[in-house]
Ligand binder design. Structure first.
Ligand code: PLP
Length: 499
């Protein structure tokens, strides 16, 4: 691995005015790209989870910025010395926690150029490339996901923010003059309600809080034995709320829930929303990418009747964080909710000005990295990679099912496996599984995370790294079984001692 300690770089001080010289920039740039190439090549030598203690980095850094500029070569040495140990290596092929995501070379180059141009996409004239490339790239992905042409894509940073904009647009569509009169102090405004399943992502509740609807403004709908929203319960909840003269105005269904990747039955939910004139927003932050794979396209069935869909290429399309796309049919409502043009931003062109579609004025040139990724891998390259992740997940799921010591706790529609150890010899399965997870995580060899399903401590193993191969799944499966054997022999010894 390239080490800045041994590098040729030295004496790279800032000039008295202006920026680093082109010559120095070139030298540092070459070193940095070499460093990154080595990092990826050697990534398996690093612990997956950073092994530093809390505050380690803070305690090793000065408490204020340097008065005089420092030698850039010294700064880079601190990357090795201070930053790298405190990095959790998301790109490690045995990163299986949360949702396993990874960047790609093409995506990194996109970020580099985006930072170079440093465009603030607010007006078309401040950023024609960003404005127009975003339209093209989001439409390419729309076609790949087989979403209909009525959807227009808008790039935000995260799914949380995409969902915020969708629900704000839904509220604007109620024509209740919330934009003009606000919500507080109004006697004419009944309770506005959003519906989502008890398995949906916490971002939905946060959005409801942020929009001033309060936790009372969110109703969580029961799920079935496969963790999918129950349409009958949704219908009952809406009808009951209407009897109380509340205003149901948005349902957030999920394709690929965070805990288990379950798929809400959009085809059954959509007619309920249509009947009650409720905006249907589909959170496909994780699984939307899977819809580019022909045999997985079923997961978005029913979305032709939804109002908006969010998907995150930064999750499963090898695009560096952050890039989320909101596909929306009613961009007029988004604009009505968010557009506010002060004199100094008025222009004469009849064009799309991206500042009109959200809370941010300037936006980053995010579409560039996705454009690079799509062109470099091509549709087929992306499909093959996602398909392989799903194959590996099925492989692991079959190992779990074949073993008496393990059980699956949820179906595996994509590339996440929810399971636990359940050996007969052990009584407290929650404690056993939690300990195994913590031991594996602190070993640095792999990272897995957990959830609770039907009150059972559940291990979640997500497969999504660009670098993951079958051998990595074997590694983590062996690790799990080694820890289980240890725990079983421990349990046996303890039981014998107690007898
Ligand atoms: N929705 C779902 C289903 C998710 O799994 C997540 C994150 O994992 C989010 C939303 C939030 O994503 P973001 O970090 O882009 O806001």
């Amino acid at each position: 691995m390239k080490n800045y300690e041994k590098s040729e770089l030295k004496e790279l001080f800032a000039p008295a005015s202006g920026d680093m010289s082109a010559e120095d920039f070139r030298r540092v740039g070459h070193e940095l790209i070499d460093w990154i190439a080595d990092y990826f090549q050697n990534i398996e030598q690093f612990p997956v989870l950073s092994q530093v203690e809390p505050n380690w980095l803070k305690n090793n850094l000065p408490t204020s910025a340097p008065e005089q500029g420092e030698d850039f070569a010294e700064i880079l040495k601190d990357v090795d010395r201070l930053i790298l140990p405190a990095v959790t290596n998301w790109n490690h092929p045995n990163f299986h926690g949360l949702f396993s995501t990874s960047t790609s070379a093409a995506g990194i180059f996109g970020e580099l150029l985006s930072a170079t141009f440093d465009m603030k996409a607010m007006l078309w004239r401040t950023s024609p490339a960003s404005t127009e490339l975003e339209e093209v790239v989001t439409d390419w992905l729309r076609q790949m996901m087989n979403l209909d042409a009525g959807y227009k894509g808008i790039v935000y940073d995260t799914a949380s923010v995409s969902t915020l904009h969708a629900i704000a647009a839904a509220r604007e569509g109620l024509d209740l003059k919330v934009r003009e009169d606000g919500m507080s102090g109004r006697e004419d405004l009944p309770l506005l309600r959003v519906y989502t399943s008890e398995q949906s992502h916490s971002s939905v509740e946060k959005v409801v809080l942020l929009l001033g609807l309060g936790q009372k403004g969110l109703r969580k709908i029961e799920t079935d034995e496969q963790f999918r929203m129950r349409p009958d319960k949704l219908r009952e909840a809406i009808e009951e709320d209407k009897r109380h003269r509340f205003i149901p105005f948005c349902v957030v269904a999920t394709v690929g829930t965070t805990s288990t990747t379950s798929i809400d039955p959009i085809e059954e939910i959509a007619p309920i929303c249509e009947k009650h004139k409720i905006w249907l927003h589909v959170d496909a932050a994780y699984a939307g990418s899977a819809a580019i794979v022909p045999e997985l396209q079923f997961c978005l069935k029913g979305c032709e009747r939804a109002d908006s869909v969010v998907t995150n290429p930064h999750k499963w399309l090898f695009t560096p964080f952050d890039l989320s796309i909101l596909y929306c049919r009613h961009t007029d409502l988004l604009k009505r909710a968010f557009s506010l043009v002060p004199e100094y931003l008025k222009t004469s062109e009849t064009v799309t000005n991206q500042m009109d579609y959200g809370i941010q004025l300037g936006r980053r040139f995010r579409s560039l990295k996705l454009w690079f990724v799509m062109r470099y891998f091509g549709q087929n390259g992306l499909i093959d990679r996602i398909r392989e992740h799903c194959r590996l997940a099925k492989l692991l799921a079959s190992r779990v099912e074949e073993s008496e010591d393990w059980e699956l706790l949820a179906p595996v529609p994509f590339a996440l496996v929810c399971f636990r150890a359940c050996p007969k010899a052990v009584v407290n399965l929650d404690a056993l599984n939690e300990k195994m997870m913590n031991d594996i995580n602190s070993s640095g060899k792999a990272y897995i995370s957990h959830t609770k399903l039907n009150d059972k401590f559940t291990l979640r193993l997500s497969i999504g790294s660009l670098r993951v191969e079958e051998r990595h799944i074997e590694t983590v499966w062996n690790l799990l079984n080694e820890h289980l054997s240890l725990a079983k022999s421990h349990e046996l010894i303890n039981n014998q001692t107690q007898v």
